[in-house]
Every structure is written in C-alpha cells, then in structure tokens.
Design a binder for this molecule. Sequence first.
Ligand SMILES: Nc1ncnc2c1ncn2[C@@H]1O[C@H](COP(=O)(O)OP(=O)(O)OP(=O)(O)O)[C@@H](O)[C@H]1O
Ligand SMILES: [Mg+2]
Length: 250
Amino acid sequence: MTTVIAVAGKGGVGKTTCSALLLRALAASGIRPLLAVDADPNANLHLLLALGLPEALGTLREELFTGPPGAVPLTERLSSEVQMRVAEGDAADLVVMGRGEGPGCYCYVNNLLRQSLARLMGGYRAVVVDNEAGMEHLSRRNLLRIDHLVLVGDPSPRGLSAAAALRDLARQLALPVGNSWLLLNRPYAGRTLAEPDVPGLPLLAALPHDSRLPAWEAEGRSFLDLPPGMSPAADAVADAVRGTIGRAAS
Ligand SMILES: Nc1ncnc2c1ncn2[C@@H]1O[C@H](COP(=O)(O)OP(=O)(O)OP(=O)(O)O)[C@@H](O)[C@H]1O
Ligand SMILES: [Mg+2]
C-alpha cells in the first residue's frame, strides 16, 4: 500500500524544503521506492533533488485530448506519456503537475489524468506531494487519498493560525485526509519552538533555522544525500518520521 503525504502551508514557509527533507527521512527509514510530486506551478522541488525538470503532466491535457484520435486507446497513451515524464532518481523519482486546468470544463480529461497519476503512485511505497501555497491543488482532488497532511507553519501566532485554517479548510472540503500534522519551521528571533498548541494538529517536528540547507542547495546537491549529523533540520525530520509516518509506512 502506498503512503501518500501532502505538504501544504502558506507562501514561503518552507514547504518545498520540508518535502525534500521528508523524502530524505523516508529513504533513510528504508521506505523505497519514493515518488516526489511537484504540484506547484512554479516547480522547484527538482532543484532540491538535483534532478532535471521533467515535462509537466498538465500539458498532456492539450496534447492528447485536443489532437486527432490515435489508434492506441487514450488511457494507454496517457499512461505511457505519464511514465515518460517521470524523472528518475536514485532514491526518489519525480513528476511535475504543471498549471491548473483553467476555467473550461475538462472533467473527463482531468479524471483520466487523475487516474493515471493514481496508477503511477501505486507503484511506489510512499509519495510526497509538494503543494503551492494554500489549498488550490488539493481542493481539485487530484489526490484520491491523503494519508498524512503535513502543514508547515512558522511558530508565530499568525503562522500557527494559518496552519490551523488550512487544517479546517481541508475538513470543510472533506478532503480524504487520514492524519494531519504540524511541522514547525524556523522560530523567529526571541521565540522558542516549545509547545505550540494547535488543537487537533499534533506536532510532527520543529525545525531550527539551518544555514546548511540553502548552502547545500546552492552547491546543487540533492537533499537526499545530506549525511546524518550535518543538518539539524534534516535530522529533526528524520527522527520525527522514524517514530510516526515512517513506522506506519514500513
Ligand atoms: N529551516 C530552514 N533553515 C534555513 N533556511 C530555510 C529553512 N526552511 C526554509 N528555508 C529557506 O527558505 C526559503 C523558502 O523555502 P521553501 O522554498 O522551502 O518555501 P516554500 O513554502 O516552498 O515557498 P513557496 O510558497 O514559494 O513554494 C528557501 O530559500 C529555503 O532554503
Ligand atoms: Mg515551494
């Protein structure tokens, strides 16, 4: 069974960083193969995985569905096209969703795309989905199931209430979420990470500001290759995953 982890939060809070660190933690717990899904139209997760940017799945809508019908059935063509757009990594592969579907009604198209994505995801032990700010992508229900919704928030009152608001929105939208978690990222000056109280949102981990992360990124190296003991933030995620999401997934 594939464990699906969706990462959400407000803009710039550290969603992509945390997605890459979750993948690293899962791989370190022996949970492989892994699929990273970049669901941000401004895709950049590939940079933290040191992979090239694969072509987005979203462009298949126009390419396959507005062209002349081919001899091969649409679902088969779609599956093979999706497979060709997987960037392969050592521990984690990557797909990029691309832009949203726009205002037109493409329900049939989107359903097929959704099903192809679900089939692809089924081939992996765990999937980590890095979302754009807010709930745009999740609310389109491109994920048929979310085992863990990880809400990244900074530990300011506004940061915590933004995380709680997203948790509430997920409930209102009746998204198929198993567990929701708070992942605190970067205390601001003078504030400790201790004991944030967001009812119904257990703390997965609290990450310190960690200058190794942007430095590692600037060197173009994969976050999956961060060795233990080098990055306090990466190690905090690994410790947290081992006792929670990772245990359930293995
Ligand atoms: N714990 C941390 N320590 C140091 N730098 C961090 C930490 N978390 C995030 N950053 C830095 O903060 C910046 C924003 O992080 P990131 O891109 O992960 O945020 P995001 O929520 O994905 O942003 P967006 O909403 O634009 O997608 C990056 O430069 C990243 O390196
Ligand atoms: Mg991001």
